[in-house]
Write a protein that binds this ligand. Structure first.
Ligand code: 4AD
Ligand code: MG
Length: 463
């Protein structure tokens, strides 16, 4: 008798096997004919397995007959073909060991349907629901694809620091890391003296691993970093988290067009893998969350992304005849409503926007010959908007120095980053994919707080 997952026990070819199954009861139904049905789930797949527990089992009256949602059990038994229409197999139990009861009077997942808002308040239990189990499996599949894709493409997986002293995006939205006592910090002329702090200078949680990744790409060629990133922006939206995961490839000798090609192939690979490897979960999202999601992904995998310069996009938006809340004008950042118009109404496809105004993008992006735009690229998808942000990097020392000064940065703070342009500089490019935005898009989930197990947002860091 071997431990077996529910996903394996549900396969028709498992009929005849003696198995040990372990998981949590979803429901119990009693038959008048002297046995009970237990629906068991162990997280390995969306579907449950039906357990038949006969009244002849020694603990039937004492324990089994009292099992309900949330109880944990080990079941030994034989897999047999099921006469039911819903499933092809079931398990006839020879032994049921009860590990943990769940009092039906207080267990919060008694009833079948709960709002996502309510489930956020029980983030420790929501993984036991169909939706959150499916999200966890899709998220795992996406991460697996990310690694497979880059490994197959010859990238090195590198690790960039989480604690940093530089603000990559220059937006000043960083969480401070300090060991100073807030009640009694060391003062120096009315200001806190951070030379007395742990690192001898102000330090923060990183907003992006890009700058360090560039140093490695400028020695190793093609690299990617994949880790948590942190933004202290006070955005209470369905697309923003204060802590999210980002995968950032960085490639020496890549120009912007190479970067766009890579991003497109990369996303298609992820979507294709999820459709193929998580078919049951994706069908669930298609039925329960968004009836267009599978067709949308299949379409995207088989067609080309639209590529459009920022300037062209502004022209399209201006002449669209559409009423927008935020005005459209060259030089202004595009708002979610503008991005959605382009992807959902105008092109009905992912759109890669490139060559943005220099004034609305960070210092590190390569200046175009027009002097007004930089070699930026954002990948936009329907509903979610921007899921990738990237650029060709400024590799010319003098131009980079000017851009830093223009954006009020102290070049001394970035001396090592400037060094990369002083010694053997090369054209190079990279981008960042927000993992949660990708999972949100793939599953059709409306709120980004529901695609990470324990979300961190302004005012909320429970669990
Ligand atoms: O566009 P962003 O800010 O780009 C960078 O950080 C670059 N340094 C990346 C690079 O070139 N290596 O962020 C990249 C992506 C966004 O497109 C979005 O998907 C995600 O990260 N993202 C967020 N996801 C959730 N919550 C937030 N607050 C996010 N901010 C950005
Ligand atoms: Mg961006």
């Amino acid at each position: 008798m071997q431990k077996c997952s529910v996903s394996v026990a549900r396969r028709p070819e498992s009929v005849g096997l003696d198995v040990v199954l372990q998981g949590w009861v979803r429901t119990r139904r009693d038959s008048k004919a002297g046995f009970s049905f237990l629906e068991l789930n162990d997280g390995t797949c969306l579907g449950n397995i039906q357990i038949i527990a006969q009244a002849t089992l020694p603990n039937y009256d004492g324990e089994i007959k009292h099992l309900g949602p949330g109880c944990s059990v080990t079941v030994e038994g034989r897999v047999q073909a099921s006469p039911g229409k819903e499933q092809s197999t079931e398990v006839l139990a020879t032994r049921v060991v009860v590990h943990g009861k769940a009092d039906p009077a207080s267990y919060p997942l008694q009833k079948k349907h709960h709002s996502f808002e309510f489930l956020r308040t029980i983030a420790h239990l929501r993984p036991r629901t169909n939706t959150f189990g499916a999200i966890a499996r899709v998220r795992n599949c996406v991460c697996n694809s990310i690694h497979q894709f880059f490994q197959e493409e010859g990238f090195l997986y590198i690790h960039t620091p989480i604690i940093t002293t530089s603000d990559c995006e220059g937006a000043g939205q960083m969480f401070r890391v300090t060991t100073l006592d807030p009640a009694n910090p060391p003062w120096l002329n009315e200001e806190i003296d951070y030379t007395k702090d742990f690192f001898g200078r102000p330090a923060f949680l990183t907003v992006s691993g890009q700058l360090d990744a560039e140093a490695l790409a400028c020695a190793l060629g093609k690299v990617y970093t994949f880790g948590p990133t942190f933004r202290a922006e006070n955005s209470n939206t369905s697309r923003h988290l204060a802590e999210f995961w980002m995968v950032e490839p960085e490639m020496a000798f890549f120009e912007l067009a190479d970067n766009m090609d890579l991003a497109e192939r990369f996303l298609k690979r992820i979507f294709r893998d999820v459709l193929h490897r998580c078919a049951e979960d994706m069908q669930f999202f298609n039925t329960r969350i968004d009836p267009t999601i599978v067709a949308t992904l299949e379409n995207i995998v088989g067609s080309q992304f639209v590529r459009l310069s920022y300037t062209e996009a502004v022209e399209i938006l201006k002449s669209s005849g559409q009423k927008f809340e935020f005005p459209v004008g060259w030089g202004h950042d595009l708002q979610a409503e503008h991005e959605r118009y382009l992807t959902e109404q105008r092109f009905k496809a992912p759109v890669i926007l490139f060559d943005y105004p220099r004034t609305i993008k960070p210092f590190y992006m390569r200046l175009n010959d027009d002097g007004r735009t930089v070699r930026a690229m954002d990948v936009l998808v329907p509903k979610v908007g921007e899921i990738i942000g990237g650029s060709q990097r400024e590799e010319r020392y003098d131009v980079l120095l000017e851009r830093m000064k223009e954006q009020g940065l102290d070049p001394e703070d970035y001396w090592w980053y400037l060094d990369l342009r002083k010694y053997g500089t090369v054209p190079h490019s990279g981008f960042g994919l927000g993992l949660e935005r990708a999972v949100q898009f793939i599953t059709g989930m409306g709120n980004i707080r529901d695609v990470i197990p324990f979300p961190r947002t302004p005012g909320s860091a429970d669990f």
